[in-house]
Design a protein around this ligand. Structure first.
Ligand SMILES: Cc1cc2nc3c(=O)[nH]c(=O)nc-3n(C[C@H](O)[C@H](O)[C@H](O)COP(=O)(O)O)c2cc1C
Length: 331
């Protein structure tokens, strides 16, 4: 499976395991994915700086294939984390939630490939202008932080592919199987990034109750919480209901900020509080029904993607056959 992404990053398959705070803030998940031929991503977000360095070193030992580290740039100690990425010579940086200008030159000069996460066409073009090697474009279905304007993956990925056809584009948000990956390739993407799907794996570093909540959720069971703040998509629960009630009642933004701050992803991920925690997950939770190992999942995604592409090429052949029949009729 060769795409511009696999060629540029030396990865066997056009599959990226999304950086997810807590869920991929461990060695097991990214190592399993990278060893299976996808791109595993270590999420620095919630980690103490020195724990991050230790995990990065361990990950280098656990796989000899390319992997990436995800650094949300808004975090208080993001600068120190970026320094460690350089010192430890991680092969690929995936930066999110901040501008690319602050790191691109330095990282490229050091030979670290730079991928930037965006959620709008405008930010995609800005990141490319700043010189990043690839962009992750995340649409409204996504778990975690979807675009504030909620434009869907189908529309946003297509818009960016048309606006920047030369860019290496990784599509994210709502993709849970190989058919979804094939659909993104059809839109013009070079790879797909899957978050919620890899959250429901044995290696994901979150509480089992959280994983079970993902498995139990239907496609319409997520809630968008925090409009006007920093919106997150999560599985609806007692916390999201309380927050959305206050929003519907017209509560002042400061009141809503207070309710928003009373919950956290950590509460769900570490303590398994599925009623009061922020159970970040995307709409694709409703497409997920099992808890495989991450390597087996990656292999399955490749098989499914191949089947989906073969199905499309059958349409193509059938279409050509139909065309010939029509031509015979005409002439
Ligand atoms: C539990 C969870 C935690 C996340 N944490 C981060 C993070 O630390 N950094 C980041 O850039 N994106 C984070 N995201 C977003 C993912 O990287 C990815 O863009 C998103 O999950 C893709 O949509 P999907 O869940 O529909 O596959 C998180 C998503 C989830 C579900």
């Amino acid at each position: 499976m060769r795409t511009r992404f696999t060629e540029a990053f030396g990865v066997a398959y056009p599959i990226v395991q999304a950086g997810m705070s807590w869920a991929s803030s461990n060695v097991a998940l990214p190592a399993a994915v990278s060893n299976a031929g996808g791109l595993g991503v270590l999420a620095a977000g919630p980690m103490f700086v020195e724990d991050f360095r230790a995990a990065l070193r361990a990950l280098k030992q656990a796989t000899h294939r390319p992997f990436a580290v995800n650094v949300p740039l808004y975090r208080p100690r993001a600068g120190e984390v970026l320094d460690i990425v350089l010192e430890e010579k991680a092969p690929i940086l995936i930066a999110s939630q901040g501008g690319p200008k602050q790191y691109v030159e330095r990282f490229k000069a050091a030979g670290v490939k730079c991928i930037h996460v965006v959620a709008s066409e405008r930010h995609a073009l800005k990141a490319l202008e700043a010189g990043v090697d690839a962009i992750v474009v995340v649409g409204g279905e996504a778990g975690g932080h979807p675009p504030p304007d909620q434009v869907s993956t189908l529309v946003l990925v297509r818009a960016v592919a048309k606006a920047a056809p030369e860019a290496i584009l990784i599509a994210g948000g709502g993709i849970a199987d190989g058919a979804g990956i094939a659909a993104m390739l059809a839109l013009g993407a070079d790879a797909a990034q899957l978050g919620t799907r890899y959250l429901a794996t044995r290696e994901a570093g979150v509480h089992d109750a959280y994983k079970q909540a993902v498995l139990a959720a239907g496609i319409a069971d997520t809630a968008l919480v925090g409009k006007g703040l920093s919106p997150i998509r999560m599985i609806a629960n007692r916390f999201s209901a309380r927050y959305l009630e206050s929003e519907a009642a017209g509560a002042d933004i400061e009141v809503r900020r207070g309710i928003f701050a009373q919950s956290s992803l950590k509460l769900a991920a570490l303590e398994g509080d599925v009623d009061n925690g922020k159970l970040e997950a995307g709409q694709s939770a409703g497409l997920i029904g099992d808890l495989p190992g991450a390597a087996a999942l990656t292999e399955r995604l490749v098989d499914e993607c191949r089947s989906a592409l073969a199905r499309l090429s059958e349409f193509h052949i059938a279409l050509e056959g139909g065309l010939q029949r029509n031509l015979k009729r005409v002439f």
